[in-house]
Design a protein. Sequence first.
Lengths: 879, 111
Amino acid sequence: MPLLSRIRKLASNLFHKNRVERALDDEMRAHLAMLVDEKIATGLSPEQARRSALIEFGGIDQVKEQVRDVRIGTRIEQVWLDVRYAARMLRKNPGFTAIVVITLALGIGVNTAIFSLVDGILLRPLPFEQPDRLVRLVQSQRQIGLESWNLSQATFTSLRDNTHSLEVVAAYSTSGANLTGDGDPERVSIGTVSADFFKVLGLQPALGRTFRAGEDTPGNNGVCVISFGFWQRRFAGDPNIIGNSLNLSSTPIEVVGVMPAGFSFPRPEIEIWIPLALNPTRTAPYFLKAIARLAPGVSPSEAETETTGVLWNYARQHPDTSENRVPLDQGSALKTIVTPLKEVMVGSTQKPLLILLCAVGLVLLIACANVANLLLARATSRVREIAVRFALGATPSRIARQLLTESLVLALIGGAGGVMLAWLGVRMLGRMPTDGIPRIEAVTVDGRVLAFTAGLAVLTGLLFGLMPALRAYRMGMVAAMHEGGRGGTASRRSNSALVAAQFALSFVLLIGAGLLLKSFQRLQSVELGFNPEKLLTMVVSLPSRKYSKPEQSIQFCDSLIDRLRSLPGVRAAGLTTNIPFVGDDNTDNFIVEGRDPGGEGVQVQLLAMTPGHLQAMGIPLLRGRDFLETDKSDSQPVAIVDETLARMYWADGDALGKRVETTGDMQWMTIVGVVGGIKQDGFAEKLQPHIYAPLAQSPTLVAKLVVRTEGAPNPTIAAIRSAVSGLDPDIPVYSIRSMNDVMARTLNSQRLTNLLLTSFSVLALVLAAVGIYGTMSLYVGSRKNEFGIRLALGAQPRVLLRLVLREGMLLIAAGIGIGVGGALLLTRAMTSLLFEVSPTDPVVFTGVPLLLVFVALAACFVPARRASRVDPMVALRCE
Amino acid sequence: MSGGTDDLLQGTLDLLILKTLGLGPNHGLGIARRINQITKGTFHPKPGSLFPALHRLEEKGWLASEWGESENRRKAKYYKLTRTGRRHLETETANWERIASAIFLALDATS
C-alpha cells in the first residue's frame, strides 16, 4: 500500500508539477498569513507584523527549494533540468562548445579506434570452439639451431597415438597447387592437414562434411574441403558442388565439404584443404606443425612435459634420426613446445597494440587537461551566475551536480563525435595495406566498442569536469557572501599545472614516436646485399605429373630463361628457389669437408639458381665465377657460398676449391665462387650463411623468377606471361610483385604502428600548444592592468614580452622535466620494438625537447606580444 | 530562535511531528507552536526544516493532508496521522525511550 501511494506521488510530482507547485505556494502563503495574524494579535501594526513574520519565516524561496529537494522523483527531474540547462548554456557559447567537443571527439575517437583494434585482435576469443584449450605444438632442439622445429610424419604419429594430455591433435602444413580445368589456370593456397584437423578446431562445415578418419593415408586422400570464399568465387556458390571434382596439380580431387564464411586457418589466403598422405615410417623431412585441443583441465606446460617424454621415447626407438644429433644421454635439449594458439596467432601484435593503447590514453589525458583548462577559465566568468543561484536557495551539492552535468553532456557529445571518427578510422584502416597483421578482419566498431566508448566518455566527463566544478562552486559560495569575487591566482595555478602536465605527456609520446621512426628509418636503410630497384619477382609452378623427370623441368627452366633474356625491357633475368623477404625459407645443416660436423650445428640457407641470377639480383661476385651453362646435371657438382659462410670457416674468406655437402648423401660440391651476403628473412635479421647450387644440378618444380627491367615493369609483365604460356599454356604465373612491394609488405604492421603513433604525437602536441596558448592568454588577461601601468611608467614593451615568454618557458621546463622520467619508463618497455636505436637515443632525446620548446614559444608569442602592446588607458579604464 | 534548535536531529523532529499530530490534525504553524509548547520552549522548528520534514513524512505515507480552514478562517493545509504513521509513532516512541534511558544511564554513571 505505501508503495502504491509513493508511486502515485512520484507520478503526480513528475507529471502534475504545476498543481504540486501551486499547492506548495498556497501552503507557504497561508503559513505566512497566519504568522502575520499571530503578530497582529500581539498588538503589532499590520506593517510591523508583516516584517516580523517575514523575518521569522526566513527566505520563502529557500524553504520551497528545501521542500522540493525531499520530494520523490526530485532527482530524476533535477537531472533532466540539469541536462536542459546544460544544453542551453552550451548553445549560448557555440565557440566554446565547438572547441571542447572537437577536442574530446579527437581524444575519445582515437581511443575508440585503438580499442576496436585491441578488442578485435587481442581480446576477442578465436572463432573456434572452446578456444582456450587450443594449442600449437612443434618440436625444438636449440643445440642444433632449431628453436622451433617442425614435426616429421613419424614424430607426429607418435605424438598423436601416445599422449593423454591432448584430447585431439592434428598436423598441418601449407603449400600451393595449380588449379586447372574450367576457367584460367590459377595458383591456389592449400592447407594439407591430417584427418582430425577440423575436429581439433571444433568446426562444422557449411555444406557437406569434413574429413573422415583414415582419409589422411596414402591412396585415400583424393578429397578436399573448400573455403566459402573459394566456393563463391570459382563456383558462384553452386549448391550442388559436393561430389564435383577439382583438377589440382593435374590430379582430380573430389569436393566433400564447404567451410563456413570467415574460416581460414592457418593462413588467411588458404582456400582448399586436402588430407595428408601420412606415412608413419617417414622420419624426415620435418614439415608439419601440429594443433591440439588440450584435455580438460590440462595446462600447456603439463602437455609440454608429457609430449616431450613421448618425443624422447620416440628418439630412443629411432636412433638414426636428427632427434639424436645430440645424444639424449648427453644433456640433449630435445623437447616439444606447446603454445596457446591465440598467442601464436596474435602474439607479435600484442606489444605494439599495448603501446598504442598507452599512447591514445595519454592523448585523452592531454585533451582532458585542455578541456579542464577551458572550463576553469569559464568558471571564473560564471561566478556571478553561481552566486545568484546560491542566493536563491540552491544547495551546494545541487550546484556542483549541475556543473558536472554540463561536463558529462559535453563528454557524451564528444563521445558521439569520437565514435564517428573511430568508425571512419577503422574504415580507412581497411583500405591500407594490412596483410601480415593477424585478425585484422575481426576489427569493427560494434556494441562492445560502443559500450567501452560510453564508459570512457563518462569517465572523461568526470575527469575534466570535477576540478572546474569544485572551483566554480567554491568561488560562487565566496562570491555569494562577498560582493564581486574574482578568481585570480588559484585558478592560474591549476591552469599552469595542467599545462605542465600536458607537455610532460606530449614529451613522452613524442619520444616514443621519435624512437620508432628512427628505428624504422634505420631498418629501411639497412644494407640488403642486393638491389631491389626495378626488380620484378614472380612464381611459376610446374605440375609434377607432366614434369615428373628432372630433365623436363631443367629443360623448361632453360628455355624460359632464354626467352626472358631476349624480351625487350629486360636487362637481366634469373630463376631461383628462394626470393628474399617472402618467407621462402629452406634452412638445413651442412658439412664442410674436413671439418667436424658435430657439436653446435650451423644452419644454412640452401638455394638453387640459374646462371645470371646473381646479376639480376645485383648480388656482387667477390671471388671465383658465377655458374655457367656448362654446370649441368652430369658435370661436376659445384656450389657458390656467400661471404658470411666463407668467413665462418676460412679466416681469409677464401673458400674457392673447398667442398661442402648438404644432402647427407656425401655428394660433395666444389665451391667455385664467393658472393656477398644478403638479407633473406627481413630487414632486422642477422646475416645467415648461404649456399647456392646450380638449378641444373638441383632442379625444382616451383621456380621463382627474378627480372630486372629497364623501365616501367608493367609492359614487361604481359610479355613474361605470354612467354610462359608460349612454353606451356597450363602453367600459371603468380605472385607477380616488385621487390620493393615484397619488402614493403614485411613492414606493414610496423608502418601502421609508426603512422598511428606519429599522428597521435602530433595530435598531442597540437592540443598541448592550444593549452599553453590559452593559459598564457589568461595570464596576460589577468595582469593586463599591471602591464598597462608598467608601460605607462615607461617600461620597455620588450621587457614585458620577455616576461611573458619566460613565464611560458618555466611551464615547458617543468613539463619536460616530468616528461623525461615518464619517457624513460615508457621506452624501456619499447626496447624489443627498436632496431639499432637505443631507448635513450641522444638525438631523439635532444630533438624532442627542442621541438616542444619551439612549439611552445610560438604558442606563447601571440599572448606575449599582446602583453607588450596593452594600451595603458584601456587597461586602467577597465577597472 | 532559541539556541540548539537549528540543528535539531532529523529523527527527533520527525518524532515530535508524529507526536504532535497524534493529538489531532494540525497545520504547519500549529504544529510548530505545539512542538514549542510541549517541549516547554526548547524546540522551535523553523519553516526551513519543518516543511521539508512534513512533505517527506507525507511522501512516506505516514501523514496525510487536506485543505481546511484555520481558526482565523484562513485556508490552511492540515496534516494528520495515517495508520502507518500511528504505528510508526508507537515503535519510534519505544525506541526513543530505550535510547534516552540508555544515554541517561551512561551519563549518570560517568558523572
